[in-house]
Design a protein around this ligand. Structure first.
Ligand SMILES: NC(=O)c1ccc[n+]([C@@H]2O[C@H](COP(=O)([O-])OP(=O)(O)OC[C@H]3O[C@@H](n4cnc5c(N)ncnc54)[C@H](OP(=O)(O)O)[C@@H]3O)[C@@H](O)[C@H]2O)c1
Length: 286
């Protein structure tokens, strides 16, 4: 949409136009310290319509925008009229839905220096959905090092807000997935130090929704939604040592995406950590 404003143009008045204006404005007397003097009224002779380009819209970079959570984030951001780009190793990947045509897909790895240079051009906010499983050292690299590289590059580029999809603390399970959690914690610490006022960490537990694997759609909501309904009211049980993690309610990928996009674009969204209950609460808000 273009914004139209009218610009007022002042001219030095000719004798003719002065007479004309006196006729028109004879009832307009302006205040003056000299009682005999009528101040020269401000004259508008002509209004020219000029077109001002719209203010630059927000540009969101979704790291891992072709993944399960990332694709929900891209869709959510597009529905708010944001301009969206994504970076991942495979670029666009297998997604063949109309929304995907509106995303600018960059191919690159966060573990390769310089990969982010082009993708970060004019970007105002970043949401990182990059993470994964594997050997301990791989998990540390992908959840930690890769995201730390992205956080540093975004900070250097002057990006205002950065949202990192981390994960809920699962107590004992953290030990079994050491590289995963240590990587997440290292990236969280980097984000809080580099984006003191614009860094938001989301810590979901299990995320449900429709996960696309190749051309197949897997409806994880069949398990996740009923559990979410029951467990969101079991917060006290979540504090029990050892079994607490079992009672962390799952959240939907669309709820995570909604909160991530809001956190990335709302300048008054509080920086810091948002746990599962915070995600459920924020995603319920209009
Ligand atoms: N799913 C859950 O239940 C759950 C629960 C809690 C937290 N989380 C966290 O939420 C985030 C998103 O999870 P998800 O389930 O959406 O995972 P996902 O589907 O596996 O997506 C991971 C994304 O990261 C990209 N990626 C991996 N390595 C990369 C690299 N070196 N450089 C650039 N991009 C890279 C992948 O694309 P390419 O392979 O094309 O590079 C993919 O787009 C992760 O951090 C995960 O730990 C997920």
């Amino acid at each position: 949409m273009r914004i139209i404003v009218s610009r007022l143009i002042q001219h030095s008045s000719s004798p003719f136009s002065r007479l004309h204006n006196v006729g028109l404005l004879r009832n307009v007397r302006l205040l003056s310290t000299d009682s005999n003097k009528v101040d020269e009224p401000f004259k508008v002779e002509e209004a020219e319509t000029v077109q001002v380009p719209p203010p630059p819209s927000e540009k969101l970079l979704v790291l891992g925008g072709n993944g399960f959570v990332g694709s929900h984030v891209c869709r959510e951001a597009l529905s708010h009229g944001l301009s969206v780009c994504s970076l991942s190793r495979s670029g666009r990947s297998s997604i063949k839905e109309p929304w995907a045509d509106k995303v600018v897909w960059h191919q690159g790895s966060l573990l390769v220096p310089d990969s982010l240079k082009d993708a970060l051009n004019d970007v105002t906010a970043v949401v990182s959905c990059v993470g994964g499983f594997g050997s301990n050292s791989h998990m540390y690299k992908i959840n930690g090092t890769a995201n730390i590289n992205a956080i540093r590059a975004a900070a250097d580029q002057g990006v205002k807000r950065f949202v990192y999809i981390s994960a809920a603390d699962f107590g004992v399970a953290n030990y079994l997935l050491q590289g995963y959690y240590e990587g997440k914690k290292a990236a969280e610490a980097e984000l809080l130090s580099k984006f003191t006022y614009g860094g938001v960490i989301l810590r979901p537990g299990f995320i449900h929704g429709t996960r696309q694997v190749g051309s197949m759609k897997i409806p994880l909501g069949i398990i996740g939604s009923p559990l979410e309904m029951v467990l969101q009211h079991a917060k006290p049980l979540n504090r029990l040592p050892l079994i607490g993690a079992l009672f962390t309610p799952p959240v939907s990928a669309s709820a995570v995406a909604k909160v991530a996009v809001r956190a990335a674009t709302d300048p008054v969204f509080p920086p810091g950590i948002v746990d599962v209950y915070g995600i459920l609460r924020y995603s319920d808000q209009k």
